[in-house]
Design a protein around this ligand. Sequence first.
Ligand SMILES: *Cc1c(COP(=O)(O)O)cnc(C)c1O
Length: 394
Amino acid sequence: MTSIRIPGRRFLHSPGPTPIPDAVLHAMSVQPMDLGDPRVDANIAACEQGLKRLVHTRSADIFMHAANGHGAWEAVIENLTAPGETVLVPATGHFSESWAVQTEALGRTVVRTPWREGWPMDMAALEQALREDKAHAIKAVFAIHTDTASGVTNDLAAVHRAIDAARHPALFVADVVSTLAAIPFSMDEVGVDVAVGASQKGLMCPTGLGFAAVNARAFAVAEGNRSPRFYWDWVRRKNDQSYRKFCGTPPQNLLLGLEAALGLIFSEGLEAVWRRHAQIAHAVQAAVEGWREGGAVDFFAQDPATRSHSVTTVKVEPGIDIEALRNMARDRFQVALAGGLGPQTGRAFRIGHLGDCNPAMILGAIAGVEGALIALGVPVGDGGTRRAVQSLAG
Ligand SMILES: *Cc1c(COP(=O)(O)O)cnc(C)c1O
């Protein structure tokens, strides 16, 4: 890596990876252990317990993979379905489409609902698709909580109601990768069969741990699924030995980081963590309300109630160069932003505000973004940063 000195700290505001707390970095900074060391099993047990508590499940099993979120997606596809079987993926934007494409690449058939840019998933179309599936060909619904590209949060309880209303036996799989430890979620209460997460977003860890919380109904489907698989196989991984749980050597240092991160979340209090994310998201939204008065930028998410507490997607008028903006924000102001994804490439930028963030950090980031917009001659309306300060002060 080129070593250019960065004075102070660069503010990382991508919606994953997110900043890692010092306590997590320190917890990971240890020598490896032999696999018989009792600390290995204790650490894994603590991570499993913490993740169960985080997703709010009494009985689901936790399967952790040495993988990113796409790995956890693959585990879901391989365990719950066989090639030729069908999955319903309600469209939410770039992330639902990516999961759908991955599912199709593995030989499964995908039914999609139509996507309306800037809006949450179409619940009526979801229910309709399930009602029309009289033969119950659809084995599972893969639903994204916050689509991290569009910055829109979907109502998972409504997904469950739609499945119920259609009297359809499909499994309900929820991707909470960018909402866990940021936005309220309760697996058991919502009736989710499998919840999928990853380490580098609200969990404030490095990338490399993907996991699934799997209830008994979903595990029974995996057990009955005869399609060949090995590495991702939850049935093979349901074992007391750590070497079997990970289909090989556990990623010890990541797991130590995760245990520390879960400790931080529970010592702050999960409800307090959710409130902090809401407060910080409202500050970002207040800033965008100010900027949009200049007529050049606006919210991508049309309905204010669906704007995510994890990430804000800001669409820009044609002619504004997103990469120039990101470079200006990063190089001059030390604020690292994300660009648009999929159909939003070149048309939007994203401010991540999940994980280890506080009011001072988000104000610095907002001011940096505003500075970068001004430096590029983008009209930014009236006092975005001032409004963010007021939002936090109020
Ligand atoms: C980041 C993300 C993923 C994919 O995770 P990777 O670790 O990048 O593979 C999946 N779903 C959502 C909602 C995400 O935000």
